[in-house]
Design a protein around this ligand. Structure first.
Ligand SMILES: Nc1ncnc2c1ncn2[C@@H]1O[C@H](COP(=O)(O)OP(=O)(O)OP(=O)(O)O)[C@@H](O)[C@H]1O
Length: 235
């Protein structure tokens, strides 16, 4: 028997199902999903509109609870954690990137990255300052720190959101259609940036997408249809 210790996955979903409503109006948004995501993976989650991608991402990140099945996030059973511990795990180990950026419009670029770090509770002012500055530099926005989000292009706003998602050095970044609101060229640049960060930092990326570019470039592609897993390039 090999004595090599197998590394724990970043996320392990076992028999995940999710239903909304009941009786005639019941919707089975996810049906018996089994998925293991290793640390450091760059995974594109594909499927038609309404197939269950956002529901699955929300369950992986503890935002939503499955109707049945288990969610192991790093070494914790996420779906049974008390709310306080769940927030702590999310604040420490997870980063989010959204289609519509979700930046705070009254704060400048720097503060959009800096303040979540302070609120996160794991960083002092000085370290948060250094991290925010470093991340803005890494996403190519060091000259834009004083601008408000409304004074930036869509691609630049998404770069701020990426800096914010990565500033606390999470193990896993979950991105729901991060290039969905960007033109092709800008989407391509954002994709390059995410791939580069994945290679540099070994952060796990799980990205829902309709983008053919992203599907081509992702190291692993998983497809769901009508709530069921129908394709996994790793299988
Ligand atoms: N809160 C809710 N209540 C009832 N039904 C819901 C709810 N959230 C999602 N659904 C349903 O669950 C199914 C999966 O939705 P989901 O948003 O996960 O799909 P998606 O693949 O992310 O779609 P899109 O690509 O359009 O964002 C859909 O049929 C949707 O209508």
């Amino acid at each position: 028997m090999s004595n090599k210790i197998r590394e724990l996955p970043a996320i392990l979903l076992s028999h995940i199902s999710k239903s909304y409503g009941s009786g005639e109006g019941k919707i089975d948004a996810l049906r018996d999903i089994n998925l293991e995501i290793a640390k450091g993976e760059f995974l594109a989650l594909c499927g038609p509109s309404g197939s269950g991608k956002s529901t699955l991402l929300n369950i992986m990140s503890g935002i939503d609870q499955p109707t049945s099945g288990t969610v192991m996030f790093l070494n914790k059973l996420l779906h049974v954690l008390p709310e306080e511990e769940l927030s702590m795990v999310r604040g420490k180990h997870l980063g989010f990137i959204f289609q519509f950026f979700n930046l705070i419009p009254v704060l400048n670029v720097f503060d959009n990255v800096f303040y979540p770090l302070i609120l996160n509770g794991h960083f002092g002012k000085k370290e948060a300052h250094e991290r925010a500055r470093d991340l803005l530099y890494r996403v190519g926005l060091d000259g834009f720190a004083n601008r408000k989000p409304g004074q930036l292009s869509g691609g630049q706003q998404q770069r701020v959101a990426i800096a914010r998602a990565l500033a606390h050095d999470p193990a896993v970044v979950i991105a729901d259609e991060p290039t969905g609101n960007l033109d092709m060229a800008t989407g391509e640049a954002i994709l390059e940036l995410l791939l580069h960060i994945n290679q540099q930092t070994k952060t796990t990326f799980i990205i829902s997408t309709h983008s053919a570019q992203l599907k081509e470039r992702a190291r692993r592609v998983v497809e769901i249809k009508d709530g069921g897993l129908v394709y996994d390039s790793r299988a």
